[in-house]
Design a protein around this ligand. Structure first.
Ligand SMILES: *[C@@H]1O[C@H](CO)[C@@H](O)[C@H](O)[C@H]1NC(C)=O
Ligand SMILES: *[C@@H]1O[C@H](CO)[C@@H](O)[C@H](O)[C@H]1NC(C)=O
Ligand SMILES: *[C@@H]1O[C@H](CO)[C@@H](O)[C@H](O)[C@H]1NC(C)=O
Ligand SMILES: *[C@@H]1O[C@H](CO)[C@@H](O)[C@H](O)[C@H]1NC(C)=O
Ligand SMILES: *[C@@H]1O[C@H](CO)[C@@H](O)[C@H](O)[C@H]1NC(C)=O
Length: 410
């Protein structure tokens, strides 16, 4: 939102002759709602939003990664204070989040970004309010608003208040804009483009089988239910669920494909896509008593409150999150390695096996999978194996018909 406004001003600003050489970001950062300081453009949005909604609103656009602003030192605090004051605003949301609320109120604060990361910091400029020095709120106050009259931060519940906010775009966060990023930015659902993926919140309730085929937000991109693989990705889900008031649970793209299998905490769970590529799920933060649903519960939900997984039957209707991967082109090359003539098929660190695949599809599956170090392809059976080890790691032994390709650059 904020940088779309930047674009309009860029056209306006460029009508006037420039006497100084400006960076592209500086030339985009002209107007009463924004200020350029250090190497960042700070853009004030005066439409008050809850913290979670403000966080997704600072989206990447026009090639600069955006996030709620980081108050990293007193100079930044001062300059953004002036930005609020000049607009007649009493303050708003920076990116502070308390990542562990069980200790002291003033401990464990960090600067958050839309990709779910929270970087611990020591500079947390608390304000002086009517009750003295902040923070004085209860443990549920895990966010902090900047209050101009107090000259600093006030701990607050992120969803309890709607505040104005400042988005920050940094020179060093410039990146090439992809088609997926552009398409992602136009979506009306809550969305976040981070680390070459577009995450989209679906707050409407669907049964698992319907949710699984509903990831069609972005034309020409194959979407799938989210495959959470890290705590940072859980942070993205948490923020979406808050923003969309989506309740306590969502379906994720993890399921037990063998419907008769016994419950296991570690094996038998797969990252699902609409077309059955079968990668084993490895990040499985189960609730301590889960999975406990037996053979009737083969689908996985993410529980917001406990940040954990639980197995459920497919029939219940729930909200869900879809993910679209950027199609990486030309930045990875493959070299043909070797044909091993061993008669037996041994899968070596296999991540996924895909049948009826073309060589091009097999190549692409490896490209979009960070964990892929190589792949084996059989043109006689059209079988593709995505592998986590490369041939150079040693001791591949695949059936005669397979040819192994090794990733050459990341
Ligand atoms: C910030 O503003 C305060 C109050 O105006 C001033 O005393 C201080 O020197 C300023 N600090 C910086 C680093 O600009
Ligand atoms: C959170 O803080 C408490 C109190 O300082 C500490 O005991 C606990 O280990 C912390 N939890 C995490 C996950 O860091
Ligand atoms: C937190 O507050 C306590 C007590 O007011 C103080 O002793 C401590 O230095 C503060 N810690 C931080 C990180 O500001
Ligand atoms: C299958 O799904 C994956 C992951 O979403 C996608 O990359 C691939 O292109 C899909 N294949 C087909 C044939 O739709
Ligand atoms: C490959 O085989 C050799 C000899 O059998 C063995 O010493 C080595 O550890 C194996 N390497 C791997 C990566 O399995």
């Amino acid at each position: 939102m904020a940088l779309r406004k930047l674009f309009g001003l860029f056209l306006l600003a460029s009508c006037f002759p420039q006497t100084v050489a400006l960076t592209e970001l500086q030339s985009l950062c002209v107007g009463t709602d924004r200020t350029y300081f250090g190497t960042s453009c700070y853009v004030l949005d005066t439409v008050p939003l809850t913290y979670s909604r403000a966080k997704v609103a600072c989206e990447d656009y026009l090639g600069y990664k955006g996030h709620l602003y980081h108050i990293r030192n007193e100079a930044i605090k001062n300059i953004t204070h002036q930005l609020f004051m000049a607009a007649g605003s009493a303050g708003g949301w920076p990116s502070f989040e308390q990542y562990n609320a069980s200790g002291a109120r003033n401990a464990s604060w960090g600067l958050a970004e839309r990709d779910g990361t929270v970087t611990p910091v020591t500079y947390v400029p608390w304000g002086y309010g009517p009750s003295g020095w902040e923070p004085v709120g209860p443990a549920t106050h895990t966010r902090a608003g900047y209050v101009c009259p107090w000259g600093g931060l006030n701990d607050a519940p992120g969803e309890g208040y709607s505040y104005e906010f400042i988005c920050e775009y940094k020179e060093s966060n410039k990146h090439p804009v992809t088609n997926l990023e552009k398409a992602c930015a136009t979506l009306s659902r809550y969305h976040t483009y981070a680390n070459k993926k577009c995450y989209v919140m679906h707050a409407e309730l669907k049964a698992y089988s319907a949710a699984k085929v509903a990831c069609t937000d972005v034309p020409n991109y194959n979407g799938h239910l989210v495959h959470p693989r890290s705590n940072e990705q859980l942070n993205i889900l948490d923020n979406f669920m808050l923003a969309a008031s989506a309740g306590n649970e969502i379906y994720i793209g993890v399921e037990q494909t063998n419907l008769a299998a016994a419950d296991s905490k570690t094996t038998g769970w797969y990252y699902t896509t609409t077309n059955k590529s079968s990668e084993q799920a490895t990040f499985l933060p189960w609730t301590p008593t889960e999975p406990d649903g037996g053979t009737g519960s083969n689908n996985v939900i993410y529980l917001f409150g406990s940040r954990s997984f639980s197995d459920v039957p497919a029939t219940g209707t729930r909200a869900f999150v879809c993910v679209y991967d950027d199609i990486v082109s030309n930045d990875i090359t493959y070299s043909l390695k070797i044909v091993n003539l061993a008669p037996q098929l041994y899968a070596f660190d296999q991540i996924a096996q895909i049948s009826q695949a073309s060589l091009a599809k097999c190549t692409r599956e490896c490209r979009i999978n960070q964990a892929c170090a190589s792949f084996a392809y059989s043109s006689s059976t059209s079988t593709c194996q995505v592998l986590a080890s490369s041939y150079s790691d040693g001791n591949f032994s695949l059936a005669a018909s397979f040819v192994i390709y090794t990733r050459q650059s990341p």
